[in-house]
Structure formats: C-alpha cells, structure tokens
Design a protein around this ligand. Sequence first.
Ligand code: SF4
Ligand code: SF4
Length: 385
Amino acid sequence: MSLTTKIKELGEEIGLDIVRITHAESFPEAEKHIIESVEKGYIPENDYYISKNISERPNNPNLNKICKRCNPKSILKNAKSIISAAQCYLIEETEDIQDKNQPLGKIAKYDIGNFYYDVKLKLKKIVDFINQETDFKYKSKNKSCYVSLAEKPIAQRAGVGWYGKNGIIITERFGSWVVLGEIITELELDTDESLQRDCGDCTICIDSCPTKAIVSPYAIDRTKCLQFISERSMKVPLVFREKWGDRLYGCTTCQEVCPQNREVIPKKDKPEYGYIGLKIPLIPLLQMTEEEFQNYFAYNQIAMRPKEAIKRNTVLALGNIGDPRTVVPLIKVLQEDDNSIVRGHTAWALGKIGGEKAKFALEKALKIEKDKEVSEEITNALRMI
Ligand code: SF4
Ligand code: SF4
C-alpha cells in the first residue's frame, strides 16, 4: 500500500471527513484575487488577515504578506505536497438553555465548538505517522488554524471542494459546512485532481446576503461582511445595525440559503473542544472581566477575539431584540465602559429600545462624554427615541 493511501486511510480512521492531496507550488491566481480585494478596499489594509507573516516585497509593504500566504514554499522551503483536509461541523441542534425567557445571542454554526482545534489535533496524528513511516527524513508542518496560509485555494486544487459564489469552499458530501486544515510536507505524495464543479446560474447567496457584501460572484467586500466584522473591534455602519439581528458571533446566512447545503446530514455528537452551543445569554456578557471572558469561552475561538468586539456584538443584538429589561444593564455599560466603540454602540442600542429611562440616560451621558464619535452616536440615538 502506498504512503498516500495509508495517510488517507488514517485520516478516515481518526475522523477527518475528507483528505486529499495537491502539490506545493504557489497559488498566483489566489494571490492576484486577494491583492485586488485589498486594492478595491474589500479587505482593510491593516487587517491581521493580511499583516501576519508577510514576506518582504519591496515597494509594496502593505500587500507583500499576501505573497507568502499564497506560497507554501515560503513556509516550508522544500515542500513537495500539501495534504488538505476537511471536517463537517454541522451537528444536530439541541436546546441547551434552561431559561429561554432571557435575551439570547446567536452563534454561527462554525463556532459552536472549536472545530479547527479538533482538525489540528487530528492532523498532528498524521504528521506523527509520516515521521514514523519515513524515519523523520521529511519535514512536515501542520498549518491548520493559522492565518499564515491561504487554505481555500489549497482545498480547491486538491479537489476537497469548489468555490461557491459566496467565496466559501463547497464539498460534494458536506456542502460548505466544513472547516479546512492542511499539512505542508517535503514528502512527494500522489496528488488528486480538482473537481470540475461550479454554482451554475444560481445567485441565491448574492441575493440573500443582508448587507450585500457579495459584490459579484466570488468577490466579497469584507468590510460589509457581518462574519468578518463580528470578529473585529471596528465600528459597525449604522445601515447594518438592524441587519445585525440577534447575532453574537459570525454569520452563515449565505450558507443557510445555499442549495448545496440542503441535504447535508448533521452529525450527532457535540464538538469535543470549546462547545458553547448555538445561543448564549447576552446580559452576563456585559459585565465580564477579561479573565471571566477567557474562562467562559475557553477553547472556543471567541476567546481569541477582542473582548470589546464581542461586547459590541452583544449590545447590537440587545438593541435589536429590544427587551426593555435590558435598558438598565445597558445604561451601566454606557456610563462605565472604557471603550469608545462599545459606548457608541450601546448608545445606539438604547436609542433603538427607547423609553424614558433610556432617553434620560442618553441625555445625561451626552453632557459628560468626551469622545466626539461617541457624542455623535448619543445624539443619533436620541433622535431615534
Ligand atoms: S457571511 Fe453573512 S454578511 Fe458575509 S457574505 Fe455571507 S451572508 Fe453576507
Ligand atoms: S447559493 Fe448558489 S451561488 Fe451561492 S454558493 Fe450556493 S450554489 Fe453557489
């Protein structure tokens, strides 16, 4: 049995849903696409997504890191092959919350547990296996869970799936409900063909995106994408705030509507790491210390995000849910939070919920607020009441 076959069999045995292989040459098309997206302003230039592990490319310091992300050999010089894996994260939905009569925030399906960490551990087993089988002759790097490598072009070339017009990889059996992971190795393995599939005439995701972030097929304006915004401490444009709905983290609207995802059978078992469920009580998130935040979301990806971003998401969701019982805890945030983005969005939430108590608190806050942008948010919130 070839080593390639043994690796694929091991992948299946340890619970990876798809394991395929491609060569380790660079991805010039993906690099061009990402650079174009930055130039068009679809990805903020200072975003960590771009700025980590950038290789030096003189004359273009803001774009040169993309080059490295799209060139596996910049990560492992003598790389010959990439093992591309996918694991389905669609699980049967269960009701975990006892008290449903409280405001709850929605968690995107891909984050109800830390599926990336699970894949990473499984790929580590494959790296160990390769090392044993080859007597440590070849270097291999497990690159799942990192932003240092563009993983979708790898999955596409390896035939794990094809690009949907929403920019997400779609697999034959699990639709786009998959997380991806990779091993770059010096070992020369048998490669797989890419799949000759595409979305055809379908445009459902483009039509359904609440913020019209899919500006054309395969081109996503991340600055409008609720998934992207939910992970970062940035101001949410006023026009998107009602569209935010009750989201606490992430967005999967363009996946929920995709016909390729309709027939996927959910798994029964809950994720092993970082399970937080599909809905989370919002009020307790308003007053968490950094330590409590880290403990609450331990092993979940949310713990890696700025607490301020999650708090901003919380107040937006509360504003949209509109429960008058949340006015008092929101006023406390408006009065006490150190972060101007959090205070500004809290003002919006209070304006959205409305009522005399919210109005009085906003008027009082306007008199003492020092930050110009927050003052503007408060003025705008008062106009909403
Ligand atoms: S994740 Fe949400 S906001 Fe982003 S493109 Fe998809 S539907 Fe639009
Ligand atoms: S909704 Fe349609 S266009 Fe969008 S990814 Fe799915 S199949 Fe492709």
